[in-house]
Design a protein around this ligand. Structure first.
Ligand SMILES: [Fe+2]
Length: 180
């Protein structure tokens, strides 16, 4: 996985949006906003994913496929909804099995976008309460495993005044030592 600051230049969300020269983001910065990451090669991944799932209490999982080829006409519209800035009241855990894409997460307190370019073997955990968005890249295909504890609370809460005071958002900011 490569992590770098998003350039904020208007245009197709699927482009890399990497500054020239690139502005890489360190592991320390990612851990300061409580984003976790592992690389587990897809070849023989099961035992390692099982071990992390056990340790972190992820009892359930499923697999999703998103592709232009598979979705047809609704694809373009669908990826625009993934790209709306939002948070969840639970962790968002994804293990990439094939294809690739970008998770953008907000650095705090700068509010800058950090782009996480994920590829097969990348396992990422976005904490509850972090503002983020997702897009496929120009290859237009990704297959990923979603892991979760019990009932997944994947309702997206779009950024706004109401979400800013959501207890999970407030708790997240407290955890990373920002605000309150
Ligand atoms: Fe999300």
């Amino acid at each position: 996985m490569r992590a770098y600051y998003y350039d904020n230049i208007p245009g197709d969300q699927r482009l890399p949006h990497d500054y020239i020269p690139s502005r890489p983001v360190s592991d320390e910065t990612l851990s300061s906003i409580n984003v976790k990451y592992w690389h587990i090669p897809v070849d023989g991944y099961e035992a390692k994913i099982d071990a992390i799932a056990k340790e972190r209490g992820y009892k359930n999982r499923d697999t999703i496929n998103v592709s232009k080829e598979g979705m047809g006409d609704i694809y373009e519209e669908k990826i625009k909804t993934f790209f709306e800035e939002h948070m969840h009241e639970d962790e968002e855990i994804r293990y990439v099995l094939s294809g690739s894409g970008f998770f953008d997460v907000r650095e705090m307190p700068t509010d800058a976008w950090i782009r996480l370019a994920v590829e097969p073997g990348d396992l990422i955990v976005l904490p509850a309460g972090i503002y983020h968005r997702f897009t496929l890249d120009e290859k237009n295909a990704i297959q990923a495993m979603r892991l979760f504890q019990d009932e997944p609370k994947w309702i997206p809460h779009n950024r706004g005044d109401v979400t800013d005071v959501n207890p999970h958002r407030v708790e997240y900011l407290k955890t990373i030592g920002v605000g309150a």
